[in-house]
Write a protein of this length. Sequence first.
Length: 272
Amino acid sequence: MTVATSKKLNFDWAVIVFMAILHAGALLAFVPSLFSWSAVGLAIFLHWVTGGLGITLGWHRLVSHRSFQTPKWLEYFLVFCGTLSMQGGPIWWVGLHRHHHFYSDQAVDHHDSNKGFWWSHMGWMFREVPAETEVPRFTKDIADDPIYKFMDDYFLPIQLGFAVILYLIGGLPFVVWGIFVRLVVVFHCTWLVNSATHKFGYRTYDAGDRSTNCWWVALLTYGEGWHNNHHAYQFSARHGMRWWEIDLTWMTIQFLQAVGLATKVKLVEKEG
């Protein structure tokens, strides 16, 4: 079963207002009294924790594609880090991501790159998402897990609690940089994988869609920019197939494997 798309999808005003508030909050970083190097360092560290460990390593390569396995406590930790990225709940995100791979760049793909850079980058989120009805179909392996369900239902209160903790530690600068700036930067880095890596770069493989390998997106997203490689071999834990395709997440998986925390690592070995 597929979900039909419509050119007249209704606006999702809750998402629009939410994104407007977050981006406006990030602009507070230009207020001199809200700047500190420790706050900047916090934002960079949390970018890695939530975008690198959480989204890229946890939600994407571990859960969405099961390209390796970890002890359950580590899986839950990585999923929690992804929950702090505020990109929806893990069940919702994984379901839509698997749906994207199944229908990549087809009309029912919710961020179909054929509809333009803006649409695939973030425009699709401002409208109804018909593919949401198919999330249960793509998440049967995690839908009944109580930990996943908790984080899926309460990702917003979790973020608010995290903001309170940051305020108590470092005041408003930590909130502005550790919440608003960090979230906006992680958002756009993630969204570039949907937009830029279906438009810019080169194609090594015929993956049946418009996916590309884009080096600068790979640097911003811990290796996710080698997107054509990933779409060709989506279950591979390694996305940077060539020696010069730097893939920091693959290096992390290698480290976890070396210390016994990553097993059953799936690979597609390629020359070069």
